[in-house]
Ligand binder design. Structure first.
Ligand code: NAP
Length: 501
C-alpha cells in the first residue's frame, strides 16, 4: 500500500505520464475478516503514515482513499469471487484487473483456481480488458512443486500474464548491474576468466526469524534466499549480453546462465556447501537468542539460517572462476554486496617485499545499504619512501542523486500494471534455479540435524565457511566506504569469535 500510495503521489504531481497510475484505478482488498470500506481505509491510512512518513500528506490521502475498497470472502468460496466480479461491474470499476496474491503459499493454487472458475482470469489478448496476476515468492518449495504451480497457473493465465515478484529486481542497484556492465567500455572487456580471479556475493541480515519462525522452519536460507535473490544477482552479474532490452531477451540470457551453473551433486555437497545455524549472541550491541529459542522453531531443528557455497559457471567466459556465495541471518551487519575480484598483479616490482604483497583490485557493487559502487586500487602514499596502499573510487547513489531511490515495490507494481515483465521471474527461470538448488537441499536434509555447525549471533557465520574459501587461498571480503584500509576481511585470522549451536 505505501508503494501504491507513492505511485498515486507521482500521479498527482505529473498526471498522464507513463510513470504514474492511470486516472481511473481502484484497489480492492480481499480477505475473510469483517471490515467495511471505511474501516479498511482507516487501517491502511495508519500503515501508510507509518511506513511512508516522508511522503504522507492528508490532502493527497483524501483523494486516494475513495479508490480503496474491501471485499470479504474466504478463498474457498467461489461465490465470493463471483460477487467480486459483479461488484467490479456494478460499481463501474476499471475492468483491467491485476490480481496481487499476497497470500500464504498454500493458498496460491486455491486462488488461481477460483479466479479461473469465476471468470475473473480472462484469457490474454483480444479486445476484452486484460487480467494479470502477481505472485510473491516462494514459487514452490522444490522443482516438482514449482513445476506443479507453473502448470496450474497455465490453466488460468498465459505466461505473459504472470508476474512473479522477486523484490530484489525492483532495486535500482540491481537494475544498475546491467548498466554498469553494458553501458561502459571499461569493465565488460575484463569481465571474464582472463582477468577475474573470483566473484563473491554476500547477503547478510542482522535480524533473526522475527515472527516468522513457523514459515522459516519449512524454508531455511537456501530456499528463502539462494533459490531466488541470489540466483537473480548471480545471473545478472554473470550473464552474456542480451541481444536487446526486450524483457524476453534479458530473461533468456538469465536462464541460460542459471542452466550453465555446474550442478553440485550430493557427494560434492560436503566439499562445496557449508550450512550454519545461529546461536545466542550479540547483534548491534543487543543480546539476542539463538535460533532454537525463537518462537515457532523446533528445539532440535536442523534448518539452516546461514549457507555459504562455491559455484562454477561452465561456459567459456567463466571457465575456472569460482563464485563464492554466503547469506545468513543474525550477522554483524546488513549488507548485500557483489564483489568482482581481479587477478593479482605478478609478483614483481611493488607486489614483492618490502612493498607487497598487495591487495588485488576489487569492484564492489553495494546493493544495500549505502547503495553505490566502489573500485579498489593501489596508490603510492606520499613521502620519500615508496609505500603502496589500497584506496577506493567510490560512487554513492545518495550523494549523486540525492533523495533515496523509490522503493522496489513501487517500480514493480507499476511495471506489472504497464505489462512490462523485464523485472519479473519467468517460469523457466524459476525451474532452472530449483534444478540447481534441489540436489543441494536434498543432500543437506539427508544429514542429521544435530550436525549443523553453529555460529554466535553477531559473527560472520561458522568457521567452516571461512575454511571453504581459505582452502582456495582467498578470503571473504566486504568493501567498506571511505576507509583507508578499505577491505574488511573475514576469516579465522580476524578478531572474531565462533560459536556452536
Ligand atoms: N510477512 C512477511 O514478512 C513476508 C516476507 C516476504 C514475503 N512474504 C509473502 O507475502 C505474502 C503474504 O504473507 P503474510 O505473512 O502477510 O501472510 P498472512 O499474514 O497470512 O496474510 C495473508 C492475507 O490473506 C488473508 N487470508 C488468509 N487466508 C485466507 C482465506 N482462506 N481466505 C481469504 N483470505 C485469507 C488474510 O486476511 P484474513 O485473516 O482477514 O482472511 C491476510 O490478509 C506471502 O506470499 C508471503 O510469502 C511475506
Amino acid at each position: 500500500m505505501p508503494a501504491l500510495y507513492n505511485l498515486f503521489c507521482q500521479h498527482c504531481q505529473a498526471p498522464g505520464t507513463d510513470l504514474s497510475l492511470p486516472e481511473s484505478f481502484a484497489v480492492i482488498g480481499v480477505a475473510r475478516r469483517e471490515k467495511t470500506d471505511e474501516s479498511f481505509r482507516a487501517e491502511l491510512r495508519e500503515s501508510v503514515e507509518r511506513f511512508s512518513p516522508d511522503t504522507f500528506d492528508g490532502e493527497t490521502w483524501r483523494q486516494f482513499a475513495p479508490r480503496i475498497r474491501y471485499h470479504r470472502t474466504d478463498f474457498e468460496n467461489l461465490d465470493g469471487f463471483k460477487a467480486l466480479g459483479k461488484r467490479l461491474a456494478d460499481e463501474k470499476l476499471p475492468q483491467n484487473c491485476l490480481f496481487y496474491l499476497a497470500v500464504q503459499p498454500d493458498s496460491i493454487i486455491t486462488v488461481i483456481d477460483q479466479l479461473r472458475a469465476s471468470g475473473l482470469a480472462r484469457p490474454d489478448g483480444g479486445r476484452q480488458p486484460w487480467s494479470r496476476v502477481i505472485i510473491e515468492k516462494p514459487f514452490g518449495r522444490d522443482l516438482a512443486s514449482a513445476r506443479a504451480l507453473n502448470e496450474r497457473l497455465r490453466t488460468a493465465f498465459s505466461e505473459k500474464q504472470v508476474f512473479r515478484i522477486d523484490h530484489y529486481l525492483g532495486k535500482e542497484t540491481v537494475q544498475n548491474i546491467l548498466v554498469l556492465r553494458f553501458a561502459n567500455s571499461l569493465f565488460e572487456p575484463l569481465w571474464n576468466h582472463k582477468y577475474l580471479d573470483h566473484v563473491q556475493i554476500t547477503m547478510s541480515e542482522t535480524i533473526g526469524v522475527e515472527t516468522r519462525g513457523h514459515y522459516y522452519e519449512q524454508a531455511g536460507a537456501i530456499r528463502d534466499i539462494v533459490q531466488n535473490h541470489v540466483m537473480q544477482l548471480l545471473s545478472l552479474v554473470a550473464m552474456e549480453p542480451p541481444a536487446s532490452l526486450d524483457p524476453d531477451a534479458i530473461r533468456d540470457e538469465k536462464v541460460q546462465l542459471i542452466r550453465s551453473l555446474r550442478p553440485i551433486p550430493a557427494d560434492a555437497v560436503a566439499g562445496s556447501v557449508v550450512r550454519g545455524q545461529y546461536a545466542a549472541g550479540e547483534v548491534l550491541g543487543k543480546a539476542v537468542p539463538g535460533y532454537h529459542q525463537e518462537e515457532g522453531v523446533a528445539p532440535d531443528s536442523g534448518t539452516e539460517t546461514f549457507v555459504a557455497f562455491r559455484a562454477f559457471v561452465d561456459n567459456w567466459r567463466w571457465a575456472g572462476v569460482p563464485f563464492y556465495i554466503r547469506t545468513g541471518k543474525r550477522m554483524p551487519a546488513r549488507v548485500t554486496e557483489i564483489s568482482v575480484h581481479f587477478k593479482p598483479v605478478p609478483q614483481v616490482l611493488f607486489n614483492n617485499p618490502p612493498y607487497g604483497p598487495m591487495q588485488p583490485n576489487v569492484l564492489a557493487m553495494r546493493i544495500q545499504p549505502n547503495e553505490g559502487i566502489a573500485l579498489q586500487f593501489q596508490v603510492k602514499r606520499p613521502g620519500a619512501a615508496t609505500r603502496v596502499q589500497a584506496s577506493q573510487l567510490d560512487f554513492s547513489y545518495a550523494e549523486e542523486f540525492g533523495a533515496a531511490a523509490p522503493e522496489a515495490y513501487q517500480r514493480l507494481l507499476l511495471d506489472a500494471a504497464l505489462g512490462d515483465a523485464t523485472l519479473f521471474t519467468r517460469n523457466d527461470e524459476v525451474e532452472a534455479a530449483w534444478q540447481f538448488v534441489d540436489p543441494i537441499i536434498h543432500a543437506c536434509e539427508a544429514r542429521p540435524a544435530a550436525g549443523i555447525p553453529g555460529y554466535a549471533a553477531g559473527t560472520w557465520g561458522p568457521s567452516e565457511a571461512d575454511a571453504l574459501i581459505e582452502s582456495d587461498g582467498r578470503r571473504w571480503t566486504v568493501l567498506r566506504r571511505h576507509e583507508h584500509h578499505a577491505t574488511e576481511e573475514h576469516g579465522r585470522m580476524g578478531a572474531r569469535a565462533h560459536g556452536r549451536a
